[in-house]
Design a protein around this ligand. Sequence first.
Ligand code: UDP
Length: 427
Amino acid sequence: MKICMISFHSCPYSSLGGNGSGGMSVYLRELTARLVDFPDVSVDLFTRAQNPICVEAKDVSPQIRVVQLKGGPEHPIDRKDLYEFIPEFSANLKDYIYRKKGEYDVVHSHYWLSGLAGRYIKNKLGMPLVHTYHTLGFMKRRALGQKEHKCRANSERQIAHMSDSIISPSTEEKESLVEEYGISPSKVKVVYPGVNPRLFYPIENRTILKKMDYRQDDFVLLYVGRIEKVKGLTNVIEALHILNEKNLPLFEKVKLIVIGGGKKDEELAENKEVSRIKRAMEQHDLKDKVVFLGSIDQALLRKYYSAADALVVPSLYESFGLVTVEALACGTPVIVSQIGKMKSIVKEGKNGFSFRPDDPVSLCQSLENVFMHRSRLWSRTSIREDVIQRFSWDNTTEDTYQIFEGLIDGRFWPKTIFQPGGSLQPV
Ligand code: UDP
């Protein structure tokens, strides 16, 4: 099986946690690495060139190739400005396929921008198209109350109707998609993302905190992810302020570590959301409560997850939230907003607590709950075992492979023709 994977706006093998790359890149790395374990599977992953001197095609492994094609300026630009370069990228993708006589069995596109390129290839070359949205414009708009790119809603609708199959990370998202676009529920398959237990596991020592001059009895709250308005980080600052106002004992002990947002000295300084958060910190006199570390290599994250007392995921909209399962795999409780799949990942009072989205008072209550009731929550081992049993990239890959196989087989399904006598017969 030859798979054409499209990740137009970001290369999954670039660094994580900056504003162009996060969960979707992790998803693609984990999925492609396992897909090629199936017999005779190879993946060509197409992305837009972001550097004029990069080579066109590079083998990541004998069965995985990354192909960088021109689609707009050959340097990083905000994904909001990438829409107009889709036709150029799509035409280059079609030419590449012709040139290399690359016959693909299936196209799998990721995010709406790649979905448009996938739709073009499906139209031109007649291959089955599977699409994964990762985030949905209309859901984000509802959560944030702000407009998305003017072409996004219409494009997402067209992709929903044109795709042969849609992969969704939760039943909640599936229901929203079916309702919003009026598509058949059978077209949308729910496939959960996973967690890599060899990358995320509990580590006993908390030396990482000693290096940061934290005291043994400090209550360390961790945030990991891109720093954007939709991630709701300002609500954590507001919740800390409420703890202070109420004079709650937790306030003295609490420290917040923020990981993500790009390189510490360059990208963080330019990030508007970081500036907004810092203004809120100054206003509430919370500067010494919060530290921004910038993006950290994923292979090192387990040290931070393990050392923290809890991970906080304050998102206003989240289709899945990989960081939640990563922290749990390290045995760390989570405090998450009640949205999407996260609602059911968290077992209230066992592996964490949830709170009403965009509600600092409710978030503050969950912080207090973890602080007061830590001993009543599951042990680290139980927290880990529960999550790795529920979410595995092997299952994600197996389900995805089955979807591809079903579509490819479908091409050879017997065609039905009208027979004299009125019955429909396969030929
Ligand atoms: N991540 C990372 N380093 C960072 C910040 C994030 O490796 O500094 C990874 C993190 O491990 C997770 C992903 O980026 O796998 C973020 O995924 P999530 O689904 O939580 O958020 P998204 O980016 O999809 O909104």
